[in-house]
Design a protein around this ligand. Structure first.
Ligand SMILES: Nc1ncnc2c1ncn2[C@@H]1O[C@H](COP(=O)(O)OP(=O)(O)OP(=O)(O)O)[C@@H](O)[C@H]1O
Ligand SMILES: [Mg+2]
Length: 434
């Protein structure tokens, strides 16, 4: 598609205007395009001309593009269209405007830094959701790697190129002994040219997790062939070789994900993420495995307060203390109490009493009253407020409003490490409300 880069306004099928080139991969160039009638930006992946002349390749391209287009998931780049014009095969997909995870990794590495564990959890959870969904549809990715994970401006994650690696069969992958693409994320069975299974994608996901944690892939060497050998034969290196201070239990999670034998790996991507979450949030680790993905909830989560013996204890404390008086007063005059608060703290206190007194309608109003007083510079200090508002809305089963409040709660944490638990709680609640 060299011509397109020289002639950016070229039209494809009279539908798409082709703008600047946004990337080049092993078998294609990717351009930003515009669908004129729908007035929306798209990404156009144009396969190398030499491949388009090959009838076998064209048939494979059409089959894989059709399969990829059948996937619909919020964390998978949507394929809109595919076609050919003259000797060019192209794929039209959703345009994601925040770069790739590969670029993010490089940026963080060159700043001498690492991803935070909460950020890794957030990214991995979205990738895992998408992967398990695709596997549920019978679709393997075959080339899962940070270059095939795109980010949008909000930091949400999208897997792209599902099944596209199948376009290059094993003969084409190895040309005169050299490997197209990178073997860094390839499973041992892929390195040996054996058939792939869903477990092969789980292995690649494990390599990505290793790289997000340490900034390095587990097996590095001077040549691609030497990397292949390491995937097949070498044990996974300990994370501490690359980054100090990570939870020690993470090594066994990585070892399971990167088992040489597919049967020994996690059977789903969610299983890998659950095991990861158990190590990084041990306080959120209940004795059963059923809901281990659930992160720690902030202390004010109402459902937790009502559980078991805590309820009577709290009630006794409330009755015996000044809070008991307030509770009584709140029950009688909730509305006037709301309007009378003058500071964020007093409004928050009222709101939490109303929530405890099981007056969610008034609690919503009181939390909103408190939130309205918070200035931009105070948001991190009061980030819990919108989460509490989300809880109050949840009690009223107002899902849309609750999700909005939890989103605000996430925004107010401003990615502060000390607010990780709160952020994860909000994310978990949003997920549960879907
Ligand atoms: N849907 C998209 N939206 C925005 N940018 C995209 C999109 N798809 C691809 N890109 C950009 O184009 C670049 C090249 O993508 P491409 O898939 O051709 O190569 P790759 O994944 O880096 O390597 P490989 O050829 O091994 O798959 C990506 O790195 C990304 O920057
Ligand atoms: Mg790609």
């Amino acid at each position: 598609m060299e011509n397109s880069s020289e002639n950016p306004q070229e039209k494809l099928l009279d539908k798409y205007t082709v703008h600047e080139r946004i990337g080049t991969g092993g078998m294609a160039e990717v351009f930003r395009g515009h669908h004129e009638k729908l007035n929306r930006d798209v990404a156009i992946k144009v396969m190398r001309t030499s491949l388009a002349g090959d009838a076998q390749f064209t048939a494979r391209f059409e089959r894989e593009a059709r399969l990829a287009a059948s996937l619909r998931h919020p964390n998978i780049v949507q394929v809109f269209d595919f076609d050919r014009q003259n000797d060019r095969l192209f794929l039209v997909m959703e345009f994601i405007n925040g770069g790739t995870l590969k670029q993010r990794l490089e940026d963080i590495k060159s700043a001498g830094s690492y991803f935070s564990l909460s950020e890794i959890y957030r990214i991995m959870q979205q990738v895992a959701n998408a992967l398990d969904y695709a596997h549920g549809q019978g679709m393997l990715h075959r080339d899962l790697k940070p270059a095939n994970i795109l980010l949008d401006q909000a930091g949400d994650v999208y897997i792209t190129d599902f099944g596209i690696a199948r376009l290059l069969d094993s003969d084409e992958i190895t040309r005169s002994g050299s490997i197209l693409g990178t073997p860094d994320y390839m499973s041992p069975e892929q390195c040996e040219g054996k058939p792939l299974t869903f477990s092969s994608d789980i292995y690649s996901l494990g390599v990505i997790l290793f790289e997000l944690l340490t900034g390095e892939t587990p097996f590095d060497a001077d040549s691609p062939l030497a990397i292949l050998q390491k995937h097949i034969h070498e044990p996974v290196p300990p994370l501490s070789l690359f980054r100090k201070g990570l939870p020690s239990g993470l090594d066994s999670v990585l070892q399971k994900a990167l088992s040489k034998s597919p049967e020994d790996r996690f059977s789903t991507a969610a299983g890998l993420i659950d095991a990861f979450a158990r190590e990084i949030y041990p306080s959120a680790n209940p004795s059963t495995t059923a809901s281990t993905e659930k992160p720690a909830a902030p202390a004010t989560k109402p459902e937790k307060l009502w559980a078991g013996w805590i309820l009577p204890v709290i009630l006794i404390i409330l009755v015996l203390s000044a809070g008991g008086y307030w509770l009584w007063k709140v029950r009688l005059t909730g509305q006037s109490v709301i309007s009378r608060c003058t500071t964020i703290d007093s409004c928050e206190r009222n709101a939490s009493l109303l929530a405890t007194a099981d007056r969610p309608v008034l609690a919503v109003e009181a939390y909103r009253n408190a939130i309205a007083r918070v200035s931009a510079s105070e948001q991190t200090a009061y980030a819990k407020l919108p989460c509490n508002l989300g809880d109050a809305y949840s009690r009223l089963n107002k899902k849309v409003e609750a999700k909005g409040a939890y989103r605000e709660c996430i925004a107010w944490t401003h990615n502060k490490t000390e607010l990780t638990d709160l952020r994860l709680y909000a994310l978990q609640r949003i997920k549960e409300l879907k």
